[in-house]
Design a protein around this ligand. Structure first.
Ligand code: FAD
Ligand code: FES
Length: 231
């Protein structure tokens, strides 16, 4: 069990939770989290928001039973954590854009800290949050409230583009790649529903040419051109 150091609301329904301890992980990897109560039975996947020698942080949106339970936790309460899981973002050099929509910004803070020369694009539906924190770790940031943050990204300016957000946004990014004949590498981080998080149940399967891949083991980060979003 791990001890919660803080669990602060940063925007309506969005919380930043800091947990004590030394944890491992790359940007784009995730942990399965579960409260100490019996219900809900299944753990919930959350991306690494930040890491240090003394704590790990998560940024999460309250959507259902599990995340509602997380939001009620206080300093001194405890949680079960399993991870790091998944493949995470590849470590690359070149011109890099990190693009997040809504709570899809969660894995990008740690990514921006590691890929210091990257440009960061953050899109929000109604209200921006944590912009100052992101600004402090990247050289260039663009924020949009309403509309699509993808409209701000000139694909051709980048060798690598990472997109995290709702499935509709990932699909739209894939379509733009095709329309613009973008020859760089477009990566997406999928948020398929998960149950075990360790490759055993196949709940998280992603359709790819010639079969399926498990988002929790072979993903959640995929080249956009590998993923069949129409599945
Ligand atoms: C690799 C990965 C990383 C993620 N990182 C974050 C993050 O950093 N911050 C954040 O706010 N959210 C993140 N999510 C989404 C988050 O896991 C879900 O919002 C959460 O599991 C919902 O649980 P719930 O009990 O509140 O909702 P419910 O809808 O009651 O959940 C019911 C079941 O469906 C699963 N589920 C529901 N929605 C999702 C979803 N979008 N993705 C995966 N499983 C889902 C739950 O795990 C649970 O088993 C991530 C998802 C994945 C797959
Ligand atoms: S969540 Fe069980 S195989 Fe991926």
């Amino acid at each position: 069990m791990a001890e919660i150091l803080s669990n602060i609301q940063v925007s309506p329904g969005v919380f930043r939770m800091k947990i004590a301890g030394k944890y491992e992980g790359r940007a784009g990897q995730f942990y399965m989290l579960r409260g100490s109560r019996i219900e809900p039975l299944l753990s919930r996947p959350l991306s690494i928001f930040d890491l240090s020698d003394h704590y790990i942080e998560f940024l999460y949106q309250v959507v259902g039973e599990g995340t509602h339970l997380f939001a009620g936790l206080k300093r001194g309460d405890s949680l079960n954590l399993v991870g790091p899981l998944g493949n995470g973002f590849p470590v690359l050099e070149g011109r890099i854009a990190l693009v997040g929509g809504g709570i899809g910004i969660a894995p990008l803070y740690y990514a921006a800290r590691q890929m210091v020369a990257s440009d960061v694009f953050l899109g929000f539906r109604e209200e921006a949050y944590l912009v100052r924190e992101f600004s402090s770790v990247c050289s260039r940031i663009q924020v949009r409230v309403g509309g699509s943050i993808l409209d701000e990204v000139v694909f051709e300016d980048y060798d690598y583009i990472f997109v995290c957000g709702p499935t509709g946004m990932l699909k739209a990014a894939g379509q733009r790649q095709a329309e613009r004949h973008y020859t760089g590498n477009l990566f997406v981080s999928v948020e398929n529903k998960m149950a075990c998080g360790i490759g055993a149940c196949l709940v998280c399967s992603v359709k790819v040419p010639g079969g399926t891949k498990r988002a929790c083991v072979e993903g959640p980060v995929f080249l956009a051109k590998e993923v069949d979003f129409d599945d």
